[in-house]
Design a protein around this ligand. Structure first.
Ligand SMILES: [Zn+2]
Length: 622
């Protein structure tokens, strides 16, 4: 924390609940003068809801003034996922209130992330306070959160949530995840607000603040990245909390936040029957998604518990909600994530359709596992014979790393940092033999790599190489992106982003001009793609470019010759192989942030390189 006064950005997501937002802002208007703050609201409910919200906030008795000319000019404007942005101010305070209208319902995490993305370009905030709109925090709630973050050096802080109107009892002090049953426990549920509470004891067992009030320091946000928008609604808070654990979770007992929803989030209640279908569906689906992400070993018990929870709807007299809960459960197992579908039906069918793909992947995994075991035995035998095998290099290639998979990517980098020597993909010379040797590369130079991958690599000072389709810089890809990350809109990095890449940690290579199949091009066109892309890329990034990766891994001996004569020092294919550092042509293995831990373990050890044996055999036959 710096010495200058702390400034906080308060983030609120609205959805057709202008009255709640109004009450929340009225409460915030009474907050203690320090720390200072600005408020950022995203209305997910469309044009009319946005209009209504603005009207309610700016009536004569409302908490806001329409932004008047004497204040600083608006820094945020419409564009991207915001259709409209208005700037208001909180009466009697130097607080700006930015109200944005989302182009569509982005979900809770999605809406937070859009503001977060915008705020990242601004230097004047030290922490974020994520508040539910149906809260009315006490005047010193924020001051206490900030105080706990600073004095105890914590990254993410929880408030004391009390049910609205019943302020003598606590709803929760923080949340704790119960791994076996797949449910959250509200720590301190129904304890007295006046009874003494040991904050350290809460901090020792908490897994996350409640999403109703989470304070996150800027440093922590920069380390853990944005919220996971695959959850859309429900569980994104616990997910963020668990990810923030290594930066310290804190609890500020004196930060008291009355919460309307707090009365209904409780355990069993009559509300089961009247719960909205969306809530039933997403809660059931996301429980499994969350478990698959963080506690894979507990998936079986959580699945059993999920079906049991579904039956509770039946017992509460709602067969409809029972069916929807089951569909949500099946949806998670069919691989669904993100916004809910238009219809809640048909997930069982989707699971059956997915079986062939899943089987194919599992078969590959089984072969690789067998291959790995064979390798281990073979190496041991060679060592016993006094001829230890030569170390080799395994080169990985990724495409983009989307927001929602940042956590998984970070986990992969942690394991690389711990178990491998990560060296540049064009390394020449003698490889160390103390650990496995791995290089990291990214094809297509997507902006998501700058946003989500490079910060994680920088944490461990890991080197990587990025291959740029030179004439697509700053634009959407003009080719079909056929990997799992294709479901989100990718853009290629801009010239500025490429120039800003650290020369010591990131090497830049060419990926052709327009990302075409080079073997299908005429001789002169292919030559252009190879030669000109090098020249143009050198002009863009103002450094020497010596590496080339074939788009789609499409290459031939002729194309390799062209690359040699164009002056490249090494070229990269997509044929998985154990690379020797004397070779000009280097094979790579495809990895995805969504690869399971066992798949990643095997890939970085070259166990998936049995494809090379298959290719060799085919060549012999020919
Ligand atoms: Zn590519």
């Amino acid at each position: 924390m710096s010495e200058r006064p702390c400034h906080v950005a308060i983030l609120i997501v609205g959805f057709h609940n202008s009255k709640d937002v109004l009450n929340c802002l009225c409460a915030l208007a009474l907050a203690t003068p320090k720390p200072s703050f600005d408020i950022f609201i995203c209305e997910n409910g469309g044009k009319e809801a946005f209009q209504e919200l603005n009207n309610v906030l700016t009536t004569a008795h409302g908490p806001c003034n329409i932004h008047s000319g004497h204040q600083a000019l608006p820094r945020f404007s419409a564009g991207g996922k915001f259709a409209e942005v208005k700037c208001l101010s909180l009466k009697g305070r130097a607080t700006s209130v930015w109200v944005a209208r989302a182009t569509e319902n982005l979900g809770y995490a999605g809406a937070i992330n859009v503001w977060l993305n915008r705020l990242q370009t601004i230097a004047d905030w030290d922490g974020l306070w994520i508040l539910n709109p149906d809260t009315e925090p006490y005047p010193d709630a924020l001051a206490n959160l900030v105080d706990r973050a600073i004095t105890c050096n914590k990254g993410m802080i929880s408030s004391t949530i009390v049910p609205e109107g019943l302020s003598d009892f606590v709803h929760n002090r923080a949340l704790r995840w119960k791994k076996v049953s797949g449910s959250t426990e509200a720590i301190g549920f129904q304890t007295s607000l006046r009874a003494p509470c040991d904050s350290n004891a809460v901090e020792a067992i908490m897994d996350s603040p409640s999403g109703a009030s989470m304070y996150v320091t800027r440093e922590c946000v920069e380390h853990i990245g944005p919220m996971d928008d695959r959850f859309f609604l429900y569980f994104e808070d616990v997910d963020w909390g668990i990810r923030a654990k290594k930066f310290g979770l804190g609890y500020a007992s004196q930060s008291i936040v009355p919460h309307k929803g707090g009365t209904t989030i409780g355990k069993l209640s009559a509300s089961r029957k009247i719960r909205s279908e969306l809530a039933v569906y997403l809660e059931s689906r996301n429980r499994i998604l969350f478990c698959k992400k963080h506690f894979k070993w507990y998936c079986a018990s959580v699945s059993v518990a999920s079906v049991a929870y579904a039956f509770l709807y039946l017992f509460a007299g709602s067969p409809r909600n029972f069916k929807i809960a089951i569909e949500g459960f099946l949806a998670a197992w069919s691989g669904e994530a993100g916004p809910p579908p238009d219809s809640y039906d048909g997930h069982l069918r989707a699971i059956f359709f997915n079986i062939p793909t899943a089987l194919y992947r599992k078969t590959k995994l089984a072969i690789s596992l067998a291959h790995y075991c064979g390798q281990v035995v073979w190496r041991a035998a060679l060592s016993i014979l006094g001829r230890p095998p030569l170390p080799h290099l395994t080169i990985l290639y990724y495409h983009g790393v989307q927001n929602s998979l940042r956590f998984e990517f970070a986990r992969q980098m942690n394991s690389l940092a711990a178990t491998a020597n990560v060296i540049p993909a064009d390394f020449e010379g003698t490889l160390p033999s103390d650990k496995i040797n791995v290089s990291i590369t990214f094809d297509d130079a997507f902006a998501s790599v700058v946003e989500n991958a490079l910060p994680e690599l920088a944490c461990h000072s890991l080197h990587s190489t990025i291959f740029v389709p030179v004439r697509v810089v700053g634009r959407e890809p003009n080719w079909v992106v056929d990997d799992q990350s294709s479901t989100f809109q990718q853009v290629v990095m801009t010239t500025e982003q490429l120039k800003a890449l650290s020369p010591t940690l990131v090497a830049i290579g060419s990926h052709g001009l327009l990302h075409t199949h080079l073997s299908e091009e005429s001789k002169s066109q292919a030559e252009d793609e190879i030669r000109r892309s090098r020249k143009e890329l050198q002009d863009i990034v103002e450094r020497e470019v010596n590496l080339f990766a074939f788009p789609y891994g499409d290459y031939s001996q002729h194309l390799i010759g062209l690359c040699k004569s164009a002056g490249y020092s090494h070229v990269f294919t997509t044929d998985a192989a154990n690379v020797q550092t004397t070779s000009f042509v280097r094979g790579r293995i495809k990895v995805e942030p969504s690869d399971s831990q066992i798949e990643f373990f095997l890939k970085i050890r070259g166990a998936y390189n049995w494809g090379a044996i298959k290719r060799k055999m085919l060549r012999v036959k020919r």
